[in-house]
Design a protein around this ligand. Structure first.
Ligand code: 1OR
Length: 280
């Protein structure tokens, strides 16, 4: 360990090989909590991480314990268990490569909210509490706060666990469109899913004879763009901003992973469009 001074912080530096650094980079490359770090922050996070190997059946985190580390998963898998009021524990979640856990106790100075148990021999990268709070906490809690109230009011997401909405918040990015701007173009390949934060959008569809039909409008809390992601088919309609439109967007991979619990409802809802489109 060779500590280096940075203002009031003593940076944590755990020496590692180039190969270990590359493995960390791969493990966090698709993790939203590590997005948009500047070069120095990114380097500080990698410098501070330590490798932890765990075997099947080992508890990395025990519910009620004190928060010391945040973990990013390189390989292996984990199950998450919660026990309420002394009742037997219930499995509530799973993590695999690219996932991360253990942020809650560090963010809120709270006891560990769940037990995280290794299911399949794993390699983890552990980040100490001080470095987590200094570099990753601000952006994470800002985003969770920013989207929390909004996501609670999105009808399709209202029945999710608060923690599931937090994970969605981590992955959302807001985009603003001006009046008349095309958000989705009929025929394009689908990359993202959209939820309207404010403003309105109109939906139009051109039929095989080139005739344009208005398919209605969308308002705050409505979502669109799910169909191409669910079916892997081209966009079925064009969505245009009506006035200033602000959307929260999720990329395709995050949509599939995070909206898993509501995908069946989304699919059922989308069958209504098929009916409307057939009536054209
Ligand atoms: P922690 O520091 O509290 C346990 O340590 C970790 O398990 C926690 O951070 C999260 O990273 C992770 N509720 C609470 N923590 C969860 C949950 C969860 N899932 C994963 N963790 N759920 C709500 C259960 C009522 C599951 C939601 C899908």
């Amino acid at each position: 360990m060779a500590p280096a001074k940075d203002g009031e912080f003593v940076k944590v530096f755990i020496s590692k090989t180039l190969e270990q650094r590359q493995r960390i980079e791969t493990s966090i490359s698709n993790n939203f909590l590590f997005k948009n770090l500047d070069e120095e922050q990114y380097k500080d996070v990698i410098d501070a991480m330590s490798e932890k190997r765990v075997h099947e059946g080992e508890d990395v985190i025990v519910q009620g314990g004190v928060g010391d580390y945040f973990y990013a998963v390189e390989e292996g898998s984990f199950s998450v268990f919660v026990s309420k009021d002394g009742d037997p524990e219930i499995k509530v979640h799973e993590y695999g490569p690219g996932g991360s856990f253990g942020e809650l106790a560090l963010m809120y100075n709270a006891p560990r909210a769940a037990t995280v148990r290794c299911v399949e021999k794993a390699v983890l990268w552990a980040l100490d509490r001080v470095t987590f709070r200094r570099i990753l906490m601000e952006r994470t809690s800002r985003k969770r706060r920013m989207y929390e109230g909004f996501l609670e009011e999105v009808p399709i997401l209202s029945n999710l666990e608060p923690y599931e909405r937090h994970k969605i918040a981590d992955a959302l990015e807001s985009i603003i469109y001006n009046n008349g701007e095309v958000v989705i173009q009929q025929g394009d390949t689908g990359q993202s899913f959209y939820i309207i934060e404010s403003g309105e959008a109109t939906v139009v569809k051109v039929d095989e004879n080139g005739v344009e039909h208005s398919m209605g409008s969308l308002k705050k809390g409505d979502y669109f763009g799910e169909l191409a992601l669910l079916t892997d088919k081209p966009r079925k309609a064009t969505v245009i901003a009506k006035g200033r439109l602000k959307c929260a967007t999720l990329g395709k991979k995050a949509f599939v992973r995070l909206l898993g619990p509501v995908v069946e409802i989304i699919k059922r809802n989308s069958e209504n469009y098929a009916q409307t489109a057939n009536e054209l």
